[in-house]
Design a protein around this ligand. Structure first.
Ligand code: G1P
Length: 292
């Protein structure tokens, strides 16, 4: 059986984006004109996911509303004959069936994944983190599902990062298998650069077995006092090999204001309706500021 269920941990408070996240989920911040979370949901849809579970928290209602029909807006657009816009907003509501579970306490990513236990049952599933957006010809998750289908092993997306940045990621220890695949023997959550086993960082895409749930249940809090998914993977890696997959594509870290801006500029530059004017503006800006 392939991967049909995916979970999206979206309960985070988004403190890096305060004050805007005071009354607005960070997942709804726009990249050009689409909320960040939609890019990730679309990746899952294009990867063949059929069952979507959001692990939400307090104040995340706008996410539910966004992926639902908006009767008043649709009626208004219909009346005005704005058929393209009508189709655009209808398609968002029809894109997928989303289920919601509340993470009642902010106990960490591992705990958020554990909250999906009942919904997932006894099958392999995917986890997609909204802070990571990947722009690629073949969706990142699809690349990973293909690896899973060949190996029938848990798969994590990995990418080399500069040494000074390893303390922001889960870092793997592994041996190369060829074709961008690694056999992961250990993982460390956010190590100090001097203690990191490599510069290969886990990016927010995982294919996990149901066996992760009992491991998460018994786990003590780790880095930052939180239940860490990385620590559970570490336990799994001792029992069976986990595969690290160096995926193809450009990855944006939209979990920081700078990363969100970079993604916004790059995505806008790849849009026909915006690229020309934006390029002209950027050239003017570079000249004005004497940047070259
Ligand atoms: C989480 C994980 C970390 C992973 C990262 C990928 O950290 O805990 O292992 O490398 O996502 O983006 P966060 O960025 O949520 O602190």
């Amino acid at each position: 059986m392939s991967i049909k269920k995916a979970i999206f941990p979206v309960a985070g408070l988004g403190t890096r984006f305060l004050p805007v996240t005071k009354a607005q989920p960070k997942e709804m911040l726009p990249i050009v004109d689409k909320p960040a979370i939609q890019y990730v949901v679309e990746e899952a849809v294009q990867s063949g996911i059929e069952d979507f579970l959001f692990i939400t928290g307090k104040d995340k209602r706008p996410l539910e509303d966004y992926f639902d029909h908006s009767g008043e807006l649709e009626y208004h657009l219909e009346q005005q004959g704005k058929t393209e816009l009508l189709e655009l907003v209808r398609n968002i509501a029809c894109m997928c069936q989303i289920y919601y579970v509340r993470q009642k306490k902010p106990l960490g990513l591992g705990h958020a994944v554990w909250c999906a236990k009942q919904h997932i049952g006894d099958e392999y599933f995917a986890v997609l983190l909204g802070d990571d957006i990947v722009d690629s010809d073949k969706p990142c998750l699809k690349q990973m599902i293909e690896v899973y289908e060949k190996t029938r092993r848990p798969v994590v997306a990995i990418r080399r990062v500069p040494r000074e940045e390893v303390s922001s990621y889960g870092i793997i220890q592994g041996r190369p298998l060829g074709d961008g695949l690694w056999e992961v023997s250990d993982l460390v959550e956010k190590p100090h650069p001097d203690e990191a086993p490599s510069d290969l960082a886990v990016i927010g895409r995982y294919i996990l077995p149901p066996e992760i749930f009992p491991v998460l249940e018994k786990l003590d809090p780790g880095r930052g006092g939180e239940i860490q998914l990385t620590d559970a993977l570490r336990v799994l890696a001792q029992e069976e090999p986990i595969i690290g997959c160096e995926f193809q594509g450009i990855r944006y870290d939209v979990g920081t204001p700078k990363g969100l801006l970079v993604a916004t500029i790059e995505m806008a530059l790849s849009r026909e309706d915006l690229s020309e004017e934006l390029e002209q503006y950027l050239v003017q800006l570079v000249r004005k500021r004497d940047l070259l």
